[in-house]
Design a protein around this ligand. Structure first.
Ligand SMILES: Cc1cc2nc3c(=O)[nH]c(=O)nc-3n(C[C@H](O)[C@H](O)[C@H](O)COP(=O)(O)O)c2cc1C
Length: 365
């Protein structure tokens, strides 16, 4: 099932950049959850193109329609199908890219793998596919907030070499207060200037998104293949343009000794807690009740307007200066996508934990 993700709460996405539309089928959603298109739309509006002057100007309202799984405003427990029509496709911009491979995009690998592909807007490799993930993630978010009290926030921590200092007190309001979605307003202003400058040069930049999942219960995640952080890594690296994933101390942890890196336990407010969080909230693949903290590296957008060396479908060396409307930096729009994938992983693991370890309560004495 190459287009399906999750084990108990599953999503299957469909659609291409320049086809009729994009969407998702969500299966396994609990019944009786109040759900409206407006709630889904809030998250899609955070992802949509054309939302500010530092993202692609493609003009899509990305208006969601719920086609099934809801009766009189509540979920019925049957598959929920949601879709968005593509309205502002401009296939003409991709005429040259039908035969010339964009460097570091998916054109060459799709061509070799399938032999036949839809090149317009990058087809299925377009980030428009993530609309389905964000719509599904909005449902997972609602269930987690209502039933478990979990809060997931992602934000832009770094653009190229401009980084905000570490902070555990980031708020949703601070993230949404600027176009780049960095909660440090001074650093955000510099990031915005940088993105505008590279865009005026026909170039692009990448960066780091950090994500924090708060108020998670202890016990989510499986000890071996489906470790909580392994499933998060797969979810995040399944996003287009991602190049790295780290949890807790991540790669920086290698310069510490065990005595510095270990997170000592203590009793706080009657609960077992750790005094710091180099583990990133996961030990042995299982959440330990601290914030789950991870970072994702996004590369500079592949499609740039400068001429670059490439090869065409006839095997001839040539040059390509791409056309079309592109994000000079994918990070501001990737923030809600990261949150969506984190919520999908969390809800799926929460349901698995309930099913295996909370449903049949045999005497443990
Ligand atoms: C929110 C978001 C927006 C993106 N916008 C663009 C874009 O405008 N132009 C582009 O070439 N790539 C864009 N990408 C990245 C491509 O989809 C991606 O590079 C491509 O599918 C190839 O996959 P890879 O980079 O993971 O190898 C975007 C990615 C995300 C997450």
């Amino acid at each position: 099932m190459p287009n399906t993700f999750g084990k108990l709460f599953t999503i299957s996405t469909w659609g291409e950049s320049h086809g009729g539309g994009v969407g998702v089928v969500v299966d396994g959603c609990p019944p009786s959850l109040p759900l409206s298109e407006e709630e889904i739309q809030v998250e899609l509006d955070r992802r949509r193109p054309g939302q500010s002057d530092i993202v692609t100007p493609r003009n899509e309202a990305d208006q969601v329609q719920i086609l099934s799984g809801i009766y009189e405003g509540r979920t019925t427990g049957t598959p929920i199908s949601m879709m968005v029509f593509n309205k502002d496709a401009r296939p003409g911009a991709y005429e040259e890219m039908k035969t010339k491979f964009r460097p570091s995009h998916a054109d060459f690998t799709y061509h070799e793998k399938y032999g036949y592909r839809n090149p317009e807007g990058g087809g299925r490799s377009s980030a428009r596919e993530t609309i389905g993930r964000v719509a599904a993630g909005a449902i997972a978010k609602k269930i987690l907030e209502l039933a478990v009290g979990v809060e997931t926030i992602a934000y832009v921590r770094q653009v190229q070499d401009l980084a905000m200092p570490e902070s555990s007190s980031v708020t949703r309001e601070a993230i949404e207060a600027n176009a780049v979605r960095c909660p440090d307003q001074e650093v955000a202003a510099k990031m915005i200037e940088l993105i505008k400058t590279v865009r005026s040069e026909g170039d692009s930049v990448g960066g780091v998104i950090e994500c924090r999942i708060r108020n998670l219960p202890v016990g989510l995640g499986e000890p071996v293949f489906d470790r909580f952080e392994a499933d998060l890594a797969k979810a995040m690296l399944s996003l287009p343009a991602t190049k790295g994933f780290e949890v807790g101390s991540g790669f920086a942890g290698v310069s510490l000794k065990g005595s510095q890196h270990n997170d000592p336990f203590e009793i706080r407010d009657g609960k077992v807690r750790t005094t710091k969080n180099h583990s990133g909230g996961v030990q042995g693949g299982i959440t330990n009740g601290e914030d789950v903290l991870f970072r994702i590296a996004f590369k500079p957008t592949a499609t740039i307007l400068q001429a670059q060396a490439t090869v065409d479908t006839d095997g001839q060396e040539t040059e390509l200066a791409a056309r079309g409307r592109h994000d000079p930096c994918v990070l501001p729009r990737a923030v809600p996508i990261v949150e969506a994938m984190a919520n999908l992983v969390t809800l799926d693991h929460y349901m698995r934990q309930q099913a295996q370890n909370r449903l049949f309560l045999f005497d443990q004495s």
